[in-house]
Design a protein around this ligand. Structure first.
Ligand code: AMP
Ligand code: MG
Length: 485
């Protein structure tokens, strides 16, 4: 008798590999000695139509480590360039391969292995990744997803059984990253700088077809494409600012055209509110500080727009004007998203002209009093007292209460809005570090599992989240993050 029950499984297509070979390199797998699955994202597996039992099997783990290929995979490393801290350079997937795109009812998703060995773009690197930064990407990307922020996601982490040589010997690992694509601003820069105008068009057409299909029918599809990318970035960066997320390395190669957050390196969440906050150890001049993120996005979008100029208009002056106007529109779009998000965080439904100054006043008070960004909003939501209830704060509080009365919504409605806009927990740096050292040093994944559990519903405001909302110990004051290769 035939088994009629269809098993969920890999269902890969390779649309990127159908582009000219200029855009990628075909890869021979570099095997690892003893792969072991240490984290699996059951929800994401289900979403992708993958069978959990199959993923956990010897064969499944072999795929997740890059030791063998699931059916239908054509492994490639993607070529891209990018501006890193302002300087243009050739890059590419130096330690990642794309297995293909998993077809799901909700769209196709890139399945990428990160840490899977050398590629033609590895330059001096070993193509490998260490366990701790891969677990860090797993925790933070999943937290971002649950905070309703567009992001690449993490399906699994497999240890390789092999050491990687960094400042000291570390455990090697491979992360399976899932994203709606890995097309970056830097991919367009690669095409424009190292290819022909036809290559840029091929990439633009491919990207429009993949992410912005409705635009293909427009009169000026490439200009509309630029505008749409600007719009998505304006929405994304506003979400980062509202939640206190600092990407840390907003190079153009780390900005996805899809509008998802990608490349979790030295990222971190802000504790005490301070617009100058920088965590990345390599960001000496604070280029990617919290307060600079919107303007850096604009800078990156200009680099993107430059690559499209010949497609936007045959007259270069006209093309430049159209592109400039489109990129500058980021500022308006960003501001609209940000202020509307801030209103929600304060339980405000309607719009008043002075709302922005009310918000700025609160932020200034937080800065002066060294108040925690996330917890200030939680305390306002639940009517709890702040650490420093200064006279200035009390006056602000009166103004805010009066502001809430100038809308038709009830107190309860404001409370609900605030609960849904202010997370009870974020992945606090000290909690993430605690989870990573337990996993890496002791092989104890329970600390990480608990953290992931608490972060899975950040707007639930449950009792067990309270412990995770606590501030870091003073020893974390000078917390620094590393690029984590
Ligand atoms: P990232 O800092 O992760 O955005 O990476 C910047 C560039 O360095 C990309 O081209 C990466 O593929 C490459 N890269 C990072 N780590 C390694 C490594 N261990 N081996 C080879 N290439 C790497
Ligand atoms: Mg990168």
């Amino acid at each position: 008798m035939t088994n009629l029950k269809t098993k969920t499984s890999w269902n890969l297509v390779n649309s990127y590999a159908e582009l000219p070979e200029f855009f990628y390199s075909k890869i021979n797998l570099s095997k690892v000695s003893s792969p072991e699955l240490v984290v699996l994202n059951n929800n994401l597996a289900e979403y992708l139509g993958l069978d959990i039992g199959e993923l956990k099997s010897k064969e499944g783990v072999s795929y997740l480590s890059g030791n063998s290929l699931p059916k239908g995979s054509i492994p490639i490393a993607l070529a891209y360039a990018g501006h890193q801290f302002g300087y243009f350079t050739m890059l590419g997937d130096g330690r990642a391969i794309l297995l293909g795109e998993q077809v799901t009812p909700k769209g196709n998703y890139d399945i990428q292995l990160k840490g899977s060995g050398r590629t033609p773009y590895s330059r001096g690197g070993d193509g490998r990744a260490a366990l701790s930064p891969m677990l860090r990407e797993y925790i933070v990307s999943e937290a971002m997803h649950n905070l309703n922020i567009p992001t690449s996601r993490s399906l699994a982490v497999v240890t390789s059984g092999e050491p990687v040589i960094r400042e000291k010997l570390l455990k090697g690992a491979v992360l399976t990253r899932v994203a709606s694509s890995h097309i970056r601003v830097g991919t367009f820069e690669y095409a424009a700088n190292f290819g022909t105008q036809e290559n840029v068009r091929q990439l633009a057409d491919y990207t429009i077809d993949r992410h912005f299909r409705d635009l293909a029918r427009e009169d000026s599809p490439y200009l509309s494409f630029l505008k749409e990318v600007v719009k998505r970035q304006a929405s994304l960066i506003a979400k980062w600012q509202l939640i206190g997320f600092i990407h840390g390395v907003m190079n153009t190669d780390n900005m996805a055209i899809s509008g998802e957050t990608i490349d979790y390196g030295p990222c971190a969440f802000m504790d005490a509110y301070n617009p100058d906050t920088v965590y990345s150890s390599i960001d000496t001049y604070g280029r990617y500080a919290y307060k600079n993120q919107p303007q850096i996005a604009v800078w990156n979008l200009f680099r993107f727009a430059e690559t499209l100029l010949p497609l936007i208009h045959e007259n270069s002056d006209k093309a430049i004007k159209l592109a400039q106007d489109s990129v500058i529109e980021f500022n308006n779009l960003y501001h609209k998203n940000w202020i509307s998000g801030m209103r929600s965080k304060l339980g405000i439904f309607n719009e008043e002209e002075n709302d922005e100054s009310l918000i700025e006043l609160l932020l200034n008070i937080m800065l002066k009093n060294n108040e925690d960004y996330t917890n200030t909003f939680i305390k306002l939501t639940f009517g709890e007292t702040l650490t420093n209830e200064t006279k200035e704060f009390k006056e602000w509080h009166k103004k805010w209460k009066a502001r809430l009365q100038r809308q038709t919504q009830t107190k309860e409605e404001s409370f609900e809005l605030m609960k849904n806009s202010n997370p009870a927990v974020i992945p606090r740096n000290h909690r993430v570090e605690e989870a990573l050292s337990a996993a890496d040093e002791k092989g104890d994944y329970s600390v990480m599992d608990n953290l992931i559990g608490v972060l899975s519903k950040p707007f639930a405001h449950t009792a067990d989240q309270k412990e995770y909302a606590k501030l870091p110990p003073p020893s974390f004051c000078n917390y620094k993050t590393f690029c984590g290769t």
